[in-house]
Ligand binder design. Structure first.
Ligand code: AMP
Length: 607
């Protein structure tokens, strides 16, 4: 059985990990990085770039660079407008035929599932290169508040990437697994997970008892994260620069990108050091010549710049505690998740809110992915001591007369589970009933998410309130919900399996899979071309050098032949075709051989 990877598909960054022996490890990229930016870009030439390559060109291609796609996945365009997502990104968010939020790249409309699929395909490739074997199965994490559609959309993104998604796991549950908080003991405890990442803030309160995790409450701010901290530093830098030169560096795209990178670097350094130097030579051109930026940023000044952002995490924590009906003193552990929790002011605030020292044992950028790998280990039987049961994230129920919502399965119920309840008719001689299945916490049916509708027909005519219709809800261990309605008098039954949909039809998913495969072929060619180019460049330079030294010792004919080969190599280097580049490398190998012979027989060196 091939190995199952654990993936943290984050708003800003993603991480892939795997069990090695009995410990989870993060899989590094070829460049040695443990995180991959969750960014996909389409260049004007139609090329698709993923991860750090996409991040690097973001400033010069704002409309074609898609970041923070997790805010769109499984959502309607209207919802995105209401939540101000649409206004805050430089790319275009459009509505698909059924109103789902999609993005526009040139004249192509792309679903968030495809963008996330490209990120997942990249992670799959990183894992395959590291493990030296094909990777097919994955556990992917999602925020605890994700509803069924968002979870299903994440599953579809996995399918598009060629991954079989064995489990969708809640991020705070994954963090708890990685912190080793599930040790099969009976003792019940309640923990808080404070997750401040690059673009979002989530806080969850979880109850852990007998290996079962129940998400008691979640709260947060989908527009608060590390990028806001960077922005505060950038604005501070820009103000200093304007005071010195009268020029606002933010108006130049390239200068803006440099400010952004310098701001993040300074912020990260200030987590360790009391102060940091920020140097940006040649930031702008003035009448007097080039202007440079050079300043010291102290931790005190930095904390003054970001205090208001840190303050904004207090209210969601209080709300989560209130929703869980708990007091901070009842929390036995506070786990830190997300790179931004490394900032000392953030940790200080967590201490103040929960009145205890947060648990910082596990790397906060990696903790969720590590937990996903442990879950993968549980699924394939490598990790035996833990039994982790899933719970339903949101309540399921039916609509009743007057538009009300009756819960059949409360959120937090351990799956698999089954619940039944008897309903009746509301009119005399009513021969059919409609069962409208919904998911959500609101008392008004229309405010919840509709999952399916079906009718039970053929009920014998009777006065209202007489027929007894038993409605049963079943959730299996994969989270698949089926609902049935049975007339207890006649035994007549109707049933639906609620197929969770992400908004994409099976055909659209198949098309996306085919496109993703085409892209991955294109990506492979691009990587092969880049490798061949760098090899050819090096070989060409060294051979040209040797040629310059020994050309005199060659016949005119040999010289011509070698010069033609060099020319062909330069032409190949100007293109992107891996086959041409490899052919040029081979031709150059012949030249190298001829030159080595000459070099060996150089009468001067022989003497
Ligand atoms: P995540 O979503 O967990 O990948 O969090 C990424 C955010 O954490 C980015 O905004 C990073 O700049 C920030 N970050 C990473 N390392 C540090 C650090 N040492 N100190 C402060 N912020 C950090």
């Amino acid at each position: 059985m091939s190995r199952i990877v654990g993936i943290d598909l984050g708003t800003t960054n993603s991480v892939v990990s795997v069990m090695e022996g009995d410990a989870p490890v993060v899989i590094p990229t070829r460049e040695g990085s443990h995180v991959v930016p969750s960014i996909v870009a389409f260049s004007r030439r139609g090329e698709r770039l993923v991860g750090s390559l996409a991040k690097r060109q973001a400033a010069t291609n704002p409309e074609g660079t898609f970041f923070a796609i997790k805010r769109l996945i499984g959502r309607k365009k209207d919802e995105c407008d209401q939540r101000n997502v649409t206004d805050r990104v430089p790319y275009r968010i459009v509505a698909s035929a059924n109103g789902d939020a999609h993005v526009q790249a040139g004249d192509r409309v792309i679903s968030p599932q495809e963008i996330s699929g490209a990120i997942l395909a990249n992670l799959k490739e990183i894992a395959e290169e590291y493990l030296q074997e094909p990777v097919e199965d994955a556990v992917i994490t999602v925020p605890a508040y994700f509803d069924d559609t968002q979870r299903q959309a994440t599953r579809d993104a996995g399918r598009i990437a060629g991954l079989n998604v064995l489990r969708i796991l809640n991020e705070p549950t994954a963090a708890s697994l990685a912190y080793g908080l599930i040790d099969g003991d009976i003792e019940e405890r309640v923990i808080a997970v404070y997750d401040l990442g690059g673009g979002t803030f989530d806080v969850s309160i979880l109850r852990l008892a007998e290996g079962v995790f129940e998400v008691l409450s979640t709260s947060g701010d989908t527009f608060l994260g590390g990028e806001d901290f960077d922005q505060r530093i950038m604005d501070w830098m820009a103000e200093q620069f304007i005071a010195d030169t009268g020029i606002d560096p933010r108006s130049d795209r390239l200068a803006l990108q440099r400010l952004k990178e310098a701001a993040e670097k300074a912020k990260i350094e200030l987590s360790r050091e009391p102060q940091t130097e920020i140097q940006l030579p040649f930031l702008a051109n003035t009448e007097k010549g080039p202007a440079h930026f050079s300043r010291t940023l102290t931790r005190d000044v930095f904390e003054g710049l970001v205090r208001e952002l840190v303050d904004r995490t207090t209210a969601p924590c209080e709300e989560a505690l209130k929703l869980a009906g708990l007091d901070a003193s009842q929390i036995s552990d506070v786990l830190l998740v997300g790179g931004q929790t490394r900032t000392q002011l953030v940790q200080q605030r967590v201490r103040e809110i929960f009145g205890r020292e947060p648990n910082r044992r596990v790397n906060p950028d990696e903790v969720v992915a590590l937990g996903a790998a442990i879950q993968a280990g549980i699924l394939c039987g490598d990790v035996k001591e833990i039994v982790l049961l899933d719970v339903t994230p949101l309540s399921l129920g039916v609509e009743i007369k007057g538009g009300g919502f009756v819960k059949m399965i409360e959120r937090g119920a351990t799956v698999p589970c089954r619940r039944t309840r008897v309903f009746t008719t509301t009119a005399d001689n009513q021969t059919k009933v409609e069962v409208h299945v919904l998911q959500g916490e609101r008392e008004l049916a229309a405010a919840n998410k509709s999952l399916a509708r079906f009718e039970l027909v053929g009920i014998p005519p009777a006065p209202k309130g007489t027929p007894q219709i038993e409605v049963a809800f079943d959730i299996d261990s994969n989270g698949i919900v089926s609902v049935s309605a049975r007339d207890l008098a006649t035994g007549l039954q109707q049933q639906v399996v609620v197929t969770p949909t992400s908004g994409l039809t099976p055909e659209e998913i198949e098309r996306a899979i085919a496109e993703a495969e085409a892209y991955s072929e294109e990506d492979r060619r691009r990587i092969a071309a880049a490798r061949a180019k760098s090899k050819l460049q090096g070989l060409l330079e060294s051979n040209e050098k040797t040629y310059r030294e020994f050309a005199d010792l060659l016949s005119a004919e040999q010289q011509d032949e070698i010069k033609t080969t060099f020319e062909a190599c330069r032409e190949a280097l100007a293109g992107e075709d891996p086959e041409t580049l490899n052919a040029a490398i081979e031709r150059l190998a012949d030249v190298a051989r001829a030159l080595t012979e000459v070099a060996l027989f150089d009468p001067n060196s022989a003497s």
